[in-house]
Write a protein that binds this ligand. Structure first.
Ligand code: PMT
Length: 412
């Protein structure tokens, strides 16, 4: 039995110390059923030999537009960059040096890789890696902004850590496995959410007690951000209303930052009308201090009581005003997960509630994994085994699309 056809991709290697990681990336891409055409700049060849990449990809490596070739060969290969551009689905550049980013941003085409970039019409994945000062330079920031705004361009930002130049900071090429995983997602992405606008809430809220203290919760935002990333990759316009978190905003997502439940309420209610699907993964405070003192509360030997008022229930309010939107709530429970989810489903007029147990190790708040039950208003409860939040995000969205189809089938 033969497997699926390999996907043709170009791996462009720039001249930086991280070029050695291109070998591992090439191997990961081949393992993921890609047919890899490597293109190396002259500087890249100072760091790693073409032979290494040729051996790993079982393919010749393109190094230059003209050098080391006779007249006949030059004529025959004069349009090689066009040929390569036409026959490959993705151009991955790792490491993308500051020099390459500048060339791409300004359309300079002095070597094979930059010429290929100009002729390329498929997906472009750029993995910048450089010294922290070069990364922070206004020229690099401007070049990256230009490139990020171009269609079908994906930037995988560098990691922070120890750099070859002896400093510590952002600039390290991410691990090849992480780049390969992102490449896989882009190559295999579905477009089943094209035309949808999805409003997602994520993260905790902070309710001030005084100018320096607040009440909050353990939500990291990972669950909501994972759904936002999955939805954007599947073609949706995503509006992400987020409480304060420390994770990067997924590519292509419109971020609205909020802090208190009241601000989150306003930000969401202002945008509900634009959304076809609303998913509320945020852990919103149920109470707040109405009379926040202007000055820091002093410590005394006396007992201190807090008077708390209920916050607006955003999900319930959307449930009251929604028209034909699909409304998905979350339920963070420590027991009777499905029963509690059913109760919230009814009282808040949701189309589905995603229930998760938040008192077991490795799932719920802060963790990379979760274990959830999907409790729809109509139909059976579906339990999803423990898995990374990003994987569950796609399964939740699959179910949301199922609800949409159910509705269409019933003509409403
Ligand atoms: O952010 P992570 O660290 O990845 O953790 C993920 C999570 C555990 C926070 C997430 O999976 C989750 O369960 N989010 C909902 C948490 C929560 O507040 O649950 P709840 O059962 O208290 O609220 C039920 C629903 O009402 C939620 O959709 C919530 O957003 C909404 N709500 C609650 C209170 C309020 N004032 N307004 C609301 O809209």
């Amino acid at each position: 039995m033969t497997g699926p056809e390999p996907i043709p991709v170009v791996l462009g290697v720039g001249g930086g110390i991280a070029a050695y990681k291109a070998a591992e990336l090439a191997r990961a891409l081949v393992k993921d059923n890609c047919r890899v055409q490597t293109v190396m700049t002259a500087a890249a060849r100072e760091f790693i030999t073409p032979l290494t990449l040729a051996a790993l990809t079982s393919n010749k490596v393109i190094t230059d537009l003209f050098s080391d070739r006779g007249a006949d060969e030059i004529l025959a290969s004069a349009v090689e960059h066009i040929q390569v551009a036409r026959t490959h689905r993705m151009l991955i550049v790792a490491p993308a040096t500051a020099d390459l980013l500048a060339k791409f941003a300004h359309g300079l085409a002095g070597d094979f890789l930059s010429t290929l970039y100009l002729a390329f019409e498929g997906e472009v994945v750029l993995c910048p890696a450089m010294n922290s000062a070069m990364w922070a330079h206004p020229a690099t920031i401007e070049n990256l902004a230009k490139l990020a705004a171009r269609p079908r361009h994906h930037i995988i930002p560098p990691d922070s850590g120890d750099l070859a130049c002896g400093t510590t900071g952002p600039g390290r090429l991410p691990e090849p496995a992480a780049i390969a995983a992102k490449v896989h997602r882009i190559l295999h992405q579905r477009h089943d959410l094209d035309g949808e606008t999805i409003l997602i809430t994520a993260g905790p809220t902070r309710e001030p007690l005084d100018p320096v203290r607040f009440i909050s919760n353990r939500s990291s935002g990972k669950m909501g951000y994972a759904i936002a990333e999955a939805a954007a990759e599947r073609g949706a316009r995503v509006i992400l209303v987020s409480g304060p978190v420390h994770i990067p905003v997924p590519e292509g997502v419109e971020l609205v930052e909020t802090e208190t439940a009241a601000r989150m309420h306003d930000a969401v209610m202002e945008r509900v009308g634009q959304a076809s699907i609303i998913i509320k993964a945020a852990a919103v405070a149920d109470y707040y201090v109405a009379a926040v003192p202007n000055q820091k509360v002093k410590k005394t030997a006396m007992r201190l009581s807090l008077e708390l008022d209920p916050t607006p229930d955003i999900l319930a309010e959307i449930g009251r005003v929604k028209t034909d939107q699909i409304l998905i709530g979350f339920a963070a429970e420590t027991q009777n997960m499905v029963d509690e989810a059913r109760r919230k489903l009814k009282t808040k007029n949701c189309d589905m509630v995603v229930a998760n147990l938040v008192n077991q190790d490795g799932t719920g708040f802060e963790s990379d994994d979760n274990e959830v039950a999907l409790v729809p208003a109509e139909g059976d409860v579906v339990r999803l085994d423990r898995a990374p939040k990003r994987l569950l995000a796609d399964q939740i969205l699959d179910r949301v699309l199922g609800l949409r189809l159910q509705r269409h089938a019933r003509g409403r």
